[in-house]
Design a protein around this ligand. Structure first.
Ligand SMILES: NC(=O)c1ccc[n+]([C@@H]2O[C@H](COP(=O)([O-])OP(=O)(O)OC[C@H]3O[C@@H](n4cnc5c(N)ncnc54)[C@H](OP(=O)(O)O)[C@@H]3O)[C@@H](O)[C@H]2O)c1
Length: 268
């Protein structure tokens, strides 16, 4: 068994996942990154190697239950341990909740929720042995239903219930379960999301609150400080208080904000 701590970052070749893999690498972890796109995995691994970060890529789709099992078995065979899983792989969408193509709704559940459940399920024996961490990457859209991102937000909301149950069940085991609510973050230029008909389209946004590196550092902090829940950005934390204690005002405020910011319309 290797002496070094080992982390798996799903979706670790792009965007927030790639920056998270970098931060874990800088912290001394051996990092495994997974995703579907071989080219993106190769580019990320080359980039990491040039910067002296020990990263290994594995092509794996979180929608495929058997592939999730093989991924964890592969890490176990190679390292004999796993200290941290960051369930980062995810896809977003835009579309009204009532009319969005049901294949898009299924994709949200399968990638954002079930994918994280499959990986966690197979990883937990190793994580329990190392008294390690399982972290789920959620979104501020999971604090309250938002227009035009309902199926996405709902799939992320499911992570709250799942992670809360795990935390209670594993309370005596020394395992850390973290949930990070991420706000609007800079994207890779080629990031794609589903439109309401299921086509992959570019994500265009007028502004972002965080860089990928800021989010990645917070994810690492969630693990190092063993924080149960982190809501990123001051606006996210304020919104959480508003949604909890002032549901009526929240409805009104969300409608105003969504209309004015044009963040969730973009005519997709
Ligand atoms: N960016 C934001 O503003 C924001 C805000 C809140 C929450 N988040 C969450 O943060 C996470 C990362 O977002 P991001 O902006 O970095 O997205 P991104 O640039 O689109 O990256 C998504 C990653 O997930 C992987 N992925 C997607 N479907 C997969 C599948 N079926 N199996 C395995 N890997 C899969 C992608 O790799 P492949 O394409 O190669 O499979 C890619 O590496 C997501 O969970 C997202 O919901 C992002």
């Amino acid at each position: 068994m290797t002496d070094r701590r080992v982390a798996l970052i799903t979706g670790g070749a792009k965007g927030i996942g790639r920056e998270t893999a970098r931060q874990f690498g800088f912290s001394g972890y051996k990092v495994y990154i997974s995703g579907r796109n071989s080219r993106a995995l190769e580019l990320a691994q080359d980039d990491f190697s040039k910067n002296g970060i020990d990263v290994e890529k594995v092509r794996s789709d979180v929608r495929d239950q058997a592939a999730c099992r093989h991924l964890i078995e592969y890490i176990e065979q190679r390292e004999g341990r796993l200290d941290c899983v960051v369930n980062n792989a995810g896809m977003s969408m835009r579309g009204d909740s009532g009319t969005t193509d049901l294949d898009v709704v299924r994709a949200m559940v399968e990638i954002n929720y079930l994918g994280a459940v499959y990986i966690s399920h197979y990883a937990l024996p190793l994580i329990t042995a190392s008294k390690g961490s399982v972290v789920f990457i959620s979104s501020l859209t999971a604090l309250h239903g938002m227009p035009m991102v309902g199926p996405y937000g709902a799939s992320k909301m499911a992570l709250k219930g799942y992670s809360q149950s795990l935390r209670l069940e594993l309370a005596e085991s020394g395992v850390h379960i973290g949930l990070v609510y991420v706000g609007l973050t800079e994207n890779d230029p080629d990031k794609r999301i589903y439109n309401s008909e299921g086509a992959l389209v570019p994500l265009v946004r007028p502004s972002n609150r965080h860089t990928q590196r800021q989010v990645a550092r917070n994810i690492l902090r969630c693990v190092e400080k063993r924080k149960p829940v982190m809501i990123l950005t001051p606006a996210g934390r304020m919104a959480d208080v508003l949604f909890r204690y002032f549901p009526g005002i929240s409805q009104w405020a969300i409608k105003q904000w969504a209309a004015r910011s044009r963040l969730y319309g973009q005519g997709l």
